[in-house]
Design a protein around this ligand. Structure first.
Ligand SMILES: *Cc1c(COP(=O)(O)O)cnc(C)c1O
Length: 472
């Protein structure tokens, strides 16, 4: 016989009673009285609801434990570290490049101390934020001058707004890109106050298309790296070098948005060659823009490099202040860029390159080491196999290029897609969530980005799936 809701509700403890449970003093110490009281009220509210639909009232100690669990969950950062086993090295949704140790140390120091951010130590006068990186960037790219803003989207916005506000910007129809997360070239143009003038067709654009579109209203010619797609087949594109000669003849600046941009020849790391920033500068672009956290392997940032007079104009644009980077990122960028001075060590020091260049054989050997542990934990319900797979660079860099890699593939013995989804969810529920990818009814854990094997194994001990507990 169950008691009616009204009498059950009478046994609900008061907030005062709840503040006297054994766990409350420690909770109050840690989270503060107000937060604990609020959490208790929420728990009591939930129980009150549940009682109306027939549930009984738990003991105060259990209710208090529930409140503490809520507080702990709310305190855990949602920006949690994860194991990126997606096979995409520069995964935009997982934060793109992992920073080199040198950059982390530099950012940490800049966080802890006052730094000479805009202060000239020699003269004691005001200094310039851009001074910290200018020399280094110019040295690595061959450009005359340089500045850094929030990201490459900001770099493009700032350049357009400075050189083409109320004027026209000419772009090939084959290069009107959309990058994931609503970066659409035509929209950016509009917001920058530039009028988009499309020339050519989707597959073919010729020098005369640009030349005949140039008018007194033209602010700039824009060449955009087609980062995340390729136009193939019957195509014609005007090279940056050709465009630069048109631009120079007509006295209009050429801006080249390189997207990822790389500072080095990637062929040396077993990747297909991408045009480097130095090449883009040498090909005659007046300004080149590129990202800090794509192939460059640093923190989020956008670079604008090129002609000194144009950079001076950009510096005078009040929008620049709204798009600037803080001391942490400047410190991290400087440390990252300095690694490029020593190409022999770069492949080891820069995580992005180190991960991209890991040979498939080394990853397969790692898969073999991890296999017994995973088979042991999941072997009952899942087939566990070592498979060859393809990693991607990600973030629109070298979109068609895949890198041979190795993975652990998990397939439900029952063939059930639901069971596979449940396993993926269980892996995401680990203390350090493990993120793989589902492909053809298998959960693929591409090991290219797994460096800390010991932590990975220790983390798996927390796996609890379908009544199965890895610790048991
Ligand atoms: C990625 C990309 C951008 C945007 O760069 P963010 O650094 O992500 O802001 C702009 N243009 C091109 C061509 C890109 O590939």
């Amino acid at each position: 016989m169950t008691s009616p809701p009204a009498s059950r509700l009478r046994s609900l403890p008061s907030v005062d009673r709840m503040l006297k449970t054994s766990v409350t003093p420690a909770a109050v110490q840690r989270f503060g009285r107000q937060a604990v009281t609020d959490a208790i009220r929420q728990v009591l509210d939930n129980v009150r609801q549940a009682c109306r639909s027939g549930a009984t009232v738990p003991e105060p100690e259990d209710l208090a434990a529930d409140a503490v669990a809520r507080l702990e969950a709310a305190e855990r950062s949602s920006l949690r570290p994860v194991f990126n086993l997606t096979g995409t090295v520069l995964h935009t949704n997982l934060g793109r490049a992992l920073l080199p140790a040198e950059a982390i140390e530099a950012a940490r120091a800049a966080m802890r101390e006052a730094v000479a951010l805009e202060f000239d130590i020699e003269t004691g006068k005001r200094g310039e934020r851009d001074d910290h990186l200018r020399t280094l960037i110019c040295e690595l790219t061959g450009a005359e001058d340089a500045t850094v803003v929030n990201n490459n989207a900001a770099a493009v916005l700032l350049v357009l707004n400075t050189l083409a506000l109320g004027r026209e910007a000419i772009v090939s129809r084959g290069e009107l890109i959309e990058i994931g997360g609503s970066f659409r070239m035509p929209d950016i143009m509009g917001r920058a106050g530039a009028k988009l003038v499309e020339v050519g067709t989707t597959n073919r654009t010729h020098p005369k298309d640009y030349a005949s579109a140039i008018r007194p209203e033209t602010g700039l010619l824009l060449k955009v790296h087609t980062s995340n797609y390729r136009v193939q087949g019957f195509t014609a594109e005007v090279s940056a070098r050709e465009l630069s000669s048109i631009a120079k003849t007509r006295g209009v600046p050429l801006v080249h948005d390189l997207g990822s941009g790389t500072l080095i020849d990637l062929a040396g790391y077993g990747l297909r060659n991408e045009p480097t920033v130095r090449e883009a500068v040498a090909d005659g672009a007046d300004l080149v823009t590129f990202s800090g956290d794509k192939l460059l392997g640093g923190p989020q940032a956008g670079f604008i490099v090129g002609r000194r007079d144009l950079l001076a104009e950009i510096s005078r644009n009040p929008m620049k202040r709204a798009l600037r980077v803080d001391k942490l990122r400047l410190a991290a960028l400087e440390a990252t860029l300095k690694l490029y001075r020593n190409p022999e060590r770069l492949g080891q020091r820069l995580p992005t390159l180190r991960l991209l260049a890991r040979p498939a054989s080394e990853i397969a050997a790692q898969a073999a080491r991890l296999f017994p542990g995973l088979a042991n934990v999941l072997g009952e319900a899942f087939t566990v196999e070592i498979v060859e797979c393809s990693s991607q660079i990600g973030s629109g860099a070298l979109p068609l290029e895949t890198i041979p890699s190795a993975a652990i593939a998990l397939t439900a013995r029952s063939g059930s897609g639901q069971q596979l989804e449940a396993l993926a969810a269980a892996l995401r529920a680990l203390p350090v969530p493990v993120i793989g990818r589902i492909e053809k009814r298998a959960l693929i854990l591409d090991l290219r980005c797994l460096e800390d094997e010991a932590s990975f194994i220790a983390n798996l001990a927390g796996l609890s799936f379908g009544g199965f507990d890895a610790m048991a």
